[in-house]
Design a protein around this ligand. Structure first.
Ligand code: FPP
Length: 247
């Protein structure tokens, strides 16, 4: 059990849930089974995040590049996300979880977009953990879309090009209003960001753990939080900066 009195809890944890396919392959199972087991790990991390007092948990559920996977696998992943929202929305709502979805909404299938909107609308006024689902998300695409919106504002004369600063860009990102992640975790031993939160993770602590996502347990999450608490965050300066205080 994590000792919340001794550990600095990050305000925002973002996770690249990698290794579902390899988890399944190791067991001689179809890749779909890995994704299915991955949903159980999602339920566990959401619960732990709420328990330890994390305010924002972002999960990379489907990248803008994942469309290039075999059609059957894409359909399976869509099905799992839809089933997750249908089955778990009431429970998440009763846990006071607020859901936000980031990623491009252009050309999303008519059976998925209304569900994402329903999840956001139903939980809009909740005050507990904010669960950010990155769906059809790619950081470069997000930055391109933000840049276009700013360029349009300049073209309409609403702002001057000289007024564009970091804050102006952040205001146009999908994550507008969400603090930057303090900790980015990637499972499965791969050590890269894969187009995830490239702007927002500028000062995040990165943690790569060897376990495949379906094996990501409560204990591994607690250990990750303890590792984070020992890190010395300087944000380009020299002195350690205290992260979110724990009551
Ligand atoms: C990476 O494993 C994982 C994904 C591409 C999808 C993650 C999705 C889920 C866990 C289920 C749906 C999400 C929610 C929020 C309910 P991989 O297939 O790339 O694994 P591999 O690298 O071993 O092939």
């Amino acid at each position: 059990m994590i000792n919340r009195q001794l550990v600095r809890i990050p305000e925002h944890v973002a996770i690249i849930m990698d290794g579902n396919g390899r988890w399944a392959q190791q067991r001689g199972l179809p890749r779909a089974m890995g994704h299915r087991k991955g949903v159980e790990a999602v339920r566990d991390v959401v619960r732990v995040a709420g328990e330890v007092g994390i305010s924002y948990l972002t999960l990379f559920a489907f990248s803008s590049e994942n469309w290039s996977r075999p059609e059957a696998e894409v359909t399976d992943l869509m099905g799992l996300l839809k089933a997750f929202i249908r089955r778990d929305l009431a429970d998440l709502h009763s846990q006071n979880v607020r859901i936000r979805v980031i990623g491009s909404r252009d050309n999303l299938r008519s059976d998925i977009l209304p569900l994402l909107i329903e999840a956001e609308e139903t939980t809009r006024h909740n005050t507990g953990l904010t669960l950010v689902i990155a769906f059809n998300y790619g950081a470069r695409d997000e930055i391109v879309r933000a840049t276009k919106k700013l360029a349009e504002k300049v073209a309409r004369g609403e702002i001057a090009a000289a007024d564009i600063d970091s804050q102006a860009i952040e205001n146009q990102l999908d994550t507008n209003g969400i603090p930057d992640p303090d900790l980015v975790i990637r499972t499965s031993g791969e050590e890269r960001l894969s187009n995830f939160l490239l702007w927002q993770a500028a000062y995040a602590e990165l943690l790569f753990v060897p376990e495949f996502w379906p094996d990501f347990s409560r204990d591994i999450f607690h250990a990750a939080l303890e590792t984070y608490a020992r890190r010395d965050r300087r944000f380009g300066g020299v002195a350690p900066v205290a992260t979110a205080a724990v009551s």
